[in-house]
Ligand binder design. Structure first.
Ligand code: TA6
Length: 282
């Protein structure tokens, strides 16, 4: 177990040289480098890495409330909760993995009155990172939650970054007060503040970084929606844990159940998985 600032972290190392770092706070993947040494996740230079403060970058686990869609703290409590390390090692397919767990306690029940068990499994291969969130309803009543893996991809220049795979998909545009629209573009480029929930999005998207020539293929299972977020210049200036120009080096593409909650009867469980795969630039 390593420490980043004061926060304990599990470091994963694949024989190929690929690496990942997972903080117990939030079960937060805050570093992923592939076998070629490419740094794939954006983390802000201003992120505090302090107990109780969300990490700005990496893959925050959003649960049990997406954004401000309810009475809980923004994006729920999972991203600042202390998760427990259950297991870590080498998976049968050779991936380096870690399994972390979060259950309800007095603090979570004060905010959200549901007994639950959440597990996050992170697995690193030579050019892949797989993150699976499993949630079980361990109580006697039905529970409903929204969630996301709020993935900050590192890009050379967001103005030269393209997202492929969203043509024809309906989306809620949070920059336009939640207006519902249809994506017309084969290739979505970012030229201003962007905050969209693409509804029932395709399970595979390609994010092409024009600066490095690198493509990251994002595959999801279990998650219905895909959120695309970049704060752009003005909003970024208002975020104390993001440098003024850092918005240029990040794009969030987030598998999510944001528009409609997941509903679980007692004893039921749900799993959502995201698999990221790097295709190097030519
Ligand atoms: O997923 C997009 C979003 O909900 C945006 O509206 C934006 O606020 C972002 O998440 C980051 O939220 P945070 O609380 O981490 O500043």
């Amino acid at each position: 177990m390593a420490a980043g600032g004061a926060l304990p972290r599990i470091d994963l190392a694949h024989p190929s040289g690929a690496r990942a770092g997972v903080y117990l706070q939030g079960a937060h993947v805050a570093r992923w480098t592939d076998a070629a040494g490419g740094d794939l996740l954006f983390v802000s230079e201003r992120s505090a890495f302090a107990a109780g403060t969300p990490i700005r970058g990496g893959i925050p686990v959003v649960f049990p409330q997406f954004a401000d869609q309810g009475p809980l703290p923004k994006h729920g409590f999972a991203r600042t909760a202390r998760w427990e390390r259950v297991d870590a090692g080498t998976a049968p397919d050779g991936a380096a993995f870690a399994l972390l767990r979060l259950g309800d306690d007095r603090a979570t029940r004060a905010l959200w009155p549901h007994p639950f068990l959440a597990e996050l499994r992170v697995a690193v291969g030579a050019v892949t990172l797989e993150v699976a969130l499993r949630v079980a309803n361990t109580g006697d009543g039905t529970m409903a939650f929204t969630c996301a893996l709020h993935t900050y991809l590192r890009v050379g220049d967001v103005r030269r970054t393209a997202v492929e795979g969203l043509a024809g998909v309906r989306y809620l545009d949070k920059v336009e007060a939640g207006a519902e629209r249809t994506e017309e573009r084969e290739t979505v480029t970012i030229g201003g503040e962007t905050d969209r929930v693409y509804l029932a999005a395709p399970d595979r998207l390609r994010i092409h970084d024009g600066e490095s020539g690198r493509t990251v293929v994002v595959e999801k299972r279990g998650f219905r929606d895909a959120v695309v977020w970049n704060p752009w210049e003005e909003l970024a200036r208002g975020l104390p844990d993001l440098g003024d120009d850092e918005y240029l080096r990040m794009l969030c593409v987030e598998p999510a159940n944001a528009a409609e909650p997941v509903r679980l009867a007692p004893g039921e469980e749900w799993t959502g998985t995201q698999r990221l795969r790097v295709e190097p630039g030519g």
